[in-house]
Design a protein around this ligand. Structure first.
Ligand code: CO
Length: 172
């Protein structure tokens, strides 16, 4: 089921989410993940954090594009994720489903290692560069109450403020 995505300005996006007790959430998890995936696909997103649909759980999904043309995307589920390593830096354009229409270059680590539970409750370590590294930082940021605009060049802040003012009217 497609859920409503919380937009910039809603306080829940600034709150740190709570670690999930896997046994408690397990019965609800298949449905919740399906809803998050449906919602993400419907909005043409690459990832979605639970707080973006109003749930303060420390879990998120990432949808990687299909490896072959016409193939299915790959869904990565991260529950209670934490960074183990971060290194290097990259500057790339980013967007967010909570900021429709806004894109800006954000500074991120080039390579990250993350430990999380997968959807079966099994701890996994994910080492990533490129798109996945960016997505992991973006989604874990959400779970920590951060947003991608926190990672843009401070010099762009006045421009950003202006753009946000205009766009926020459309998001109501
Ligand atoms: Co986002």
């Amino acid at each position: 089921m497609i859920k409503k995505i919380v937009k910039y300005g809603d306080d829940i996006l600034r709150e740190k989410t709570k670690p999930v007790k896997f046994e408690e959430i397990e019965p609800l998890l298949p449905g919740l993940l399906e809803d998050m995936e449906d919602t993400c696909i419907a909005a043409s997103g690459a990832g979605l954090a639970a707080n973006q649909i109003g749930l303060a759980h420390r879990l998120a999904i990432i949808l990687l594009p299909p490896e072959k043309k016409g193939g299915k995307h790959k869904r990565i589920v991260i529950i209670n994720p934490e960074f183990l390593e971060k290194e290097g830096e990259v500057f790339e354009e980013e967007g967010c489903l909570s900021f429709p229409g806004l894109y800006a270059v954000a500074k991120r680590y080039k390579k990250v290692k993350v430990r999380a539970l997968n959807e079966k409750g099994v701890p996994v370590d994910i080492t990533a560069e490129g798109l996945l590294a960016k997505a992991l930082q973006h989604e874990i940021g959400h779970l920590d109450g951060e947003m991608f605009i926190d990672y843009i060049d401070p010099k762009l802040k006045p421009q950003l403020k202006k753009a946000l003012k205009t766009l926020a009217k459309q998001w109501k």
